[in-house]
Ligand binder design. Structure first.
Ligand code: ADP
Ligand code: ADP
Length: 237
């Protein structure tokens, strides 16, 4: 059974003015992602990539189609059960989205506070996560004191806090220079290899996909126009 299975998924937004046609941000997309895979989704701006990740993360309802995670269709789940599935999904962002008013430790601890993990257990977990991303000496610093690459490593530690089986990376290296991009991609590769986390990498950069994703889906105007092994897709005439 695939870890994530999208079948004929569509998402339309209402027209911006009366009389317009709805915007089909995602249009009949089917994608199969196996457990333990790093799967890329590439396309130009406006292709529907961010909408697709929001749908996989259960942040918005689909207009049509199904999204199965471990065989469970999340489009048909009651709110409480959807919340539980979402705890198994971590997400990282282009702009890192850290809380400026909280220390690095406080940022990584945050999702664990939300789920009510006891203080001592939480402290140990935060230490372990900061060690994993190599930032234990920055625990008491604040986000603005860190470089972009370090902030994204904090984002990764926070996303992994609740031990998700899926990590969604939405343009996670697009704000970083090439060297820092490599460091973050190396860390994501370790997350995949050492923790067995399935990773979906959304990007407009071919280099990023070529470096980390074994499989890729190419999106254009809401549709998947090509998919398969990254090497085959990128070398196809
Ligand atoms: P990408 O991430 O590939 O740049 P998006 O998923 O952000 O693409 O956008 C796909 C299309 O859907 C675009 O035409 C965009 O304007 C439209 N869209 C995205 N989100 C919304 C929204 N909340 N309301 C209306 N239209 C949207
Ligand atoms: P902030 O001022 O950034 O909110 P706090 O020191 O108040 O930081 O702590 C935020 C979170 O960090 C707390 O929820 C707590 O679980 C965790 N925390 C605080 N002190 C420690 C510590 N010594 N080791 C690990 N985690 C800690």
């Amino acid at each position: 059974m695939p870890h994530i299975q999208l079948t004929d998924v569509s998402k339309s937004y209402p027209p911006s003015r009366r009389g317009g046609t709805p915007v089909a941000a995602v249009d009949g997309v089917s994608v199969s992602i196996e457990r333990g895979e790093v799967h890329g989704v590439i396309g130009y701006s406006g292709a529907g990539k961010s909408t697709l990740v929001r749908l996989i993360n259960g942040l918005e309802p689909v207009t049509a189609g199904s999204i199965e995670i471990d065989g469970v269709d999340i489009t048909a789940l009651p709110a409480g059960e959807l919340r539980r599935v979402r705890q198994g999904i971590g997400m990282i962002f282009q702009r890192f989205n850290l809380l400026r008013s909280r220390s690095i430790r406080g940022n990584v601890a945050y999702p664990l506070e939300v789920v009510g993990m006891p203080r001592a257990e939480r402290a140990a977990r935060v230490d372990e996560l900061l060690r994993f991303v190599g930032l234990e000496e920055k625990a008491d610093a604040y986000p603005e004191q860190l470089s972009g690459g370090q902030q994204q490593r904090v984002g990764i530690a926070r996303a992994l806090a609740a031990s998700p089986s899926i990590l969604l990376a939405d343009e996670a290296t697009s704000a970083l220079d090439p060297e820092t991009t490599d460091e973050v991609l190396d860390l994501l590769a370790r997350v995949n290899r050492e923790l067995g986390v399935t990773i979906v990498v959304i990007t407009h950069e071919m280099d990023v996909i070529a470096r980390i994703a074994a499989k890729v889906a190419v999106m254009d105007r809401g549709r998947v126009v090509e998919s398969g092994d990254t090497y085959d897709v990128f070398t196809r005439p």
